[in-house]
Design a protein around this ligand. Structure first.
Ligand SMILES: [Zn+2]
Length: 395
């Protein structure tokens, strides 16, 4: 049971006249989940009256969110008119800032990418801001509607109250008011979140059904760093000042890593499990000077012994970290994201077994599964941040 917060309750009382808008969201979300569907199906499964559903669907069509796509098969009575989300218009803008590339993309209401522009992320944050602004200005000019929110994913800590980026360790950027700057210049609302949190949101929106339907799961992003997002009780858990889920900086033991964490530390989980850590380990083991993790992963997939050894050592440390997360937070599922998952057929069972073997006291084991968000999970995360406004009850 959740404790009632008086301030929140007060707002909800004041909003009791918005039942229609909440019901409209129920209908919109039903269509999103079960499209193509019909007014009769919606009424049957949402317990809303048929006449209410018809009126709400008509509003959604007028607002350009839903469209009729033709007559479907009858399940007894009159043949139904089928409905689905509109896909031909921009409904979301996502900005995905990663240590290597920044991608700005537009997507439709179903989260499908319509247009995408990428450029190397400048190390100077003002240059990054100007480069993003330039692309967004161009996109804004072509928009048919202006009620679009910009979602931004960053590899760092974001204060969810102020929206200010507290720290991006890879670049050493601190206290960056990117949200305020962009919304002032563009007149569009902006929502920023940490990359692993954004991925957690994307998994809850676009992930495979066994993750989407789960109330508590954790995402682990293995990339230049190691990020974790906590999806707890149906929403992303942010903690005080939005800094929850920084498990990459969890100290593990007294062993010192040869690779530095993005924070400079040598004892953080990230120092042992980031792509850089795997790359450094491979170079040490094989006496090579590879600069690309892609190369090492490819070698491992072809059975190269040193590459496999480097990858499996990463898996050992990753298992240790994940085991601690399961013991502390008891998620139902742990979703692993990042290039390393391309080797899932080799590493999946080993990771699960290693985690299970370290969980004691009959604490329930979580399912460990690779992400199904595809090649660009953080971009989908940014787009999810943008789409929230269309589908979720605000507040
Ligand atoms: Zn660290």
């Amino acid at each position: 049971m959740k404790k009632i917060d008086i301030e929140t309750a007060k707002q909800q009382v004041a909003r009791s006249d918005t039942i229609r808008s909440i019901n409209k969201l129920v209908v919109l979300n039903y269509i999103r989940e079960y499209e193509p569907t019909s007014r009769a199906e919606i009424a049957k499964h949402t317990a809303l009256q048929r006449s209410t559903v018809s009126s709400l669907v008509n509003s959604l069509i007028e607002e350009g969110l839903v469209k009729e796509i033709g007559i479907g098969e009858s399940s007894g009575g009159r043949k139904p008119m089928l409905l689905e989300l509109r896909r031909d218009e921009e409904a979301a803008i996502g900005v995905d800032i990663t240590p290597s590339l920044t991608t700005v993309a537009t997507a439709n209401l179903a989260g499908e990418i319509l247009e995408k522009i990428s450029f190397p992320t400048p190390t100077d944050r003002n240059e990054t801001f100007l480069a993003i602004l330039k692309v967004l200005k161009k996109i804004k000019k072509g928009l048919k509607k202006e009620d679009i929110q910009i979602g931004i994913s960053v590899p760092g800590v974001v204060d969810d109250v102020s929206g200010s980026i507290t720290y991006v360790p890879f670049f050493g950027w601190e206290n960056w008011d990117l949200k305020e700057k962009l919304s002032k210049k563009l007149g569009l609302s902006v929502l920023i979140d940490n990359d692993a949190n954004a991925i957690a949101l994307a998994e809850s929106w676009f992930g495979k059904s066994e993750v989407r339907g789960v109330k508590s799961f954790i995402t682990v992003l293995v990339s230049e760093g190691l990020g974790t997002g906590i999806f707890f009780d149906g929403q992303v858990y942010r903690g005080y000042k939005g800094a929850a889920g920084e498990f990459g900086h969890m100290t593990i033991g007294k062993q010192k890593s040869d690779t530095a964490c993005s924070c400079g530390g040598r004892y953080c989980l990230e120092a042992f499990t980031s792509n850089k850590a795997t790359l450094d380990r491979y170079n040490r083991l094989a006496g090579k000077k590879e600069t690309s993790i892609d190369k090492v992963l490819k070698l491992a997939s072809r059975g190269d012994k040193k590459a496999l050894e480097a990858v499996f050592e990463t898996i050992d440390f990753l298992a240790l970290g994940i085991s601690n997360l399961i013991v502390g937070l008891s998620p139902e599922v742990v979703v692993i994201t990042g290039k390393i998952t391309s080797l899932w057929h080799l590493i999946g069972d080993a990771l699960t077994e290693k985690v299970a073997s370290t969980i004691k006291q009959k604490i329930p084991m979580a399912r460990i599964t690779p992400s199904t968000l595809g090649e660009n999970p953080t971009l989908l995360g940014a787009i999810s941040l943008s789409l929230i406004k269309k589908f979720a009850k605000v507040g």
